[in-house]
Design a protein around this ligand. Structure first.
Ligand code: PFF
Length: 468
């Protein structure tokens, strides 16, 4: 079965693929909005602190678990714990979570395709209208786009680690970076853009409170694709002669840089639209911002570049977001596929087929959750609100279980795999690791600091969502 697992061709291949997973809606939309609402550079500083001192050790631990075992999360937890049931269950959770996150992320990606198509056929003005989003997400034609997207994704995944995942990242990641930089330069030339830059880059510590700190950590965690089993699986495709601490640093730097640049794009664009923007009024959800607010911003650019020019800018932006979402989606859907290959001895072809059927079955009700079907739209209610099937999947898996899986990885590495096992894995390919300050910090943070911080964040998130 070994030939079915595959391996990245080089360190760069791994870095691009892992960055492809990390760079997603979280960087391009959620980060700029959070930063602008929560004190600009003050938020950025807290975020950087969390990336360096909390997320970086967890990233290395996940990658090391995968590389050591050359297994998916279930196999990795199970092998390193000597088959203990509770750790096997933790591994299963690290498969189920990405499986379900993929369900709603797929639906959001479908909306992106519809928006690109609408704008390309002259519909930017229509999309700027108040009711456009609600109309678009209730269109039965979404099914056609869903099936098309799934066909593309599973075709890529059929190509395997090197020929599919890595090749996609090698093409899309540099393209995405160039598009982002060009778009940012264009936006910075607009009138009033400087107001947005100042808003973004001048720290305002008066906005920082406990919930901002909490939000910064959750955002950093999500943005680096932690707690989803992704890095465990990608670690299993990482060569044993390469350096984990260094490659991990590159991924974290790439991800954070893209988030930073996205802020330099979005904030000036918003302030160019309205120099008196009150950022407290910006939507809290990424979805609301991309699909309802940003089309208005792009439309307003017609004063400077005409309707066609504004539409071109909007298409470039939505394509950029689409590329980011596609590489993230491919990474997350690979996790259950790796599990079917390792644990059930399926060939890649069969594993891709099984996953394609399962994801399609779960994604169809999610597409129907925003108006197509009343049953899925008003699926349940909690926290004093009616919730759709889409909301339920997102709240349970994305908001709740995700940080919990990250927490189990830390506890596992620190107490069950014992730090000595982690240490010997991190030493491979990095002769300087043993005895370094980094090693001392990893041992301390995984065992004490990080579990405590994650537990606090996890408890307060659950309290907020379910007992609002
Ligand atoms: N790091 C991704 C982001 O910032 O959007 C998180 C992610 C979400 C990865 C969903 C993969 C995925 F399917």
């Amino acid at each position: 079965m070994e030939q079915d697992r595959g391996q990245f061709s080089s360190k760069l291949g791994f870095i691009l693929a892992a960055a492809g997973s990390a760079v997603g809606l979280g960087n391009l939309v959620a980060f700029p909005v959070m930063a602008s609402k929560n004190g600009g550079a003050a938020f950025l500083i807290i975020y950087l602190f969390f990336v360096a001192f909390i997320c970086y050790p967890v990233m290395m631990a996940e990658i090391a678990m995968g590389r050591k075992t050359t297994r998916n999360p279930v196999g990795a937890f199970s092998e390193l714990s000597g088959g203990a049931l509770r750790w096997r269950l933790a591994g299963m959770l690290a498969i189920l979570t990405p499986f379900m996150i993929a369900v709603f992320y797929t639906v959001i990606t479908v909306w992106l395709i519809v928006y690109i198509r609408e704008i390309a056929t002259g519909g930017l003005e229509y999309l700027s209208g108040e009711t456009a989003f609600a109309e678009v997400v209730a269109r039965p034609s979404l099914f056609g786009y869903l099936f098309l997207l799934l066909a593309v994704i599973f075709f890529i995944l059929l190509g395997g680690v090197k020929g599919g995942i890595e090749r996609l990242a090698r093409i899309l990641m540099p393209t995405l970076a160039v598009m982002l930089i060009l778009l940012t330069i264009f936006v910075l030339t607009l009138d009033n853009a400087s107001a947005g830059i100042s808003y973004y880059l001048i720290p305002d510590f008066s906005k920082v409170n406990l919930s901002v700190i909490n939000g910064a950590l959750s955002q950093a965690f999500f943005s680096l694709s932690l707690g989803m089993g992704i890095l465990i699986t990608y670690g299993s495709y990482f060569s044993r002669s390469d350096n984990i601490p260094q490659s991990t640093r590159m991924v974290a730097i790439a991800d954070t840089s893209i988030a930073f640049f996205a802020g330099l794009l979005i904030l000036p664009a918003i302030f160019a639209f309205d120099p008196n923007t009150n950022t407290d009024d910006l939507s809290t959800s990424s979805v609301g911002l991309i699909f309802s607010f940003l089309p208005k911003i792009f439309l307003s650019m017609q004063v400077a570049v005409g309707y066609v020019g504004a539409s071109v800018v909007a298409i470039i932006f939505f394509t950029l977001v689409f590329f980011a979402a596609l590489t993230s989606l491919v990474s997350i859907i690979e996790i259950p596929i790796a599990c079917w290959i390792d644990e059930f001895n399926l060939s890649r072809k069969k594993a891709v087929g099984v996953q394609a059927v399962l994801l399609t079955l779960f994604a169809i009700p999610a597409v129907m959750s925003l108006g197509i079907s009343d049953f899925f739209t008003y699926f349940t209610s909690y926290g004093g609100e009616s919730k759709s099937y889409f909301d339920l999947v997102s709240d349970v898996f994305y908001e709740t279980i995700l940080p919990f899986v990250g927490f189990t990885v830390c506890i596992f590495c620190a107490y069950r795999w014992k730090v000595s096992g982690l240490k010997s894995e991190l030493e491979i390919g990095d002769a300087a690791y043993s005895g370094s300050l980094l090693e001392k910090y990893i041992n301390f943070s995984l065992g004490t600091l990080i579990p405590v911080v994650l537990l606090v964040v996890f408890t307060s998130t659950v309290a907020q969502i379910y007992f609002a």
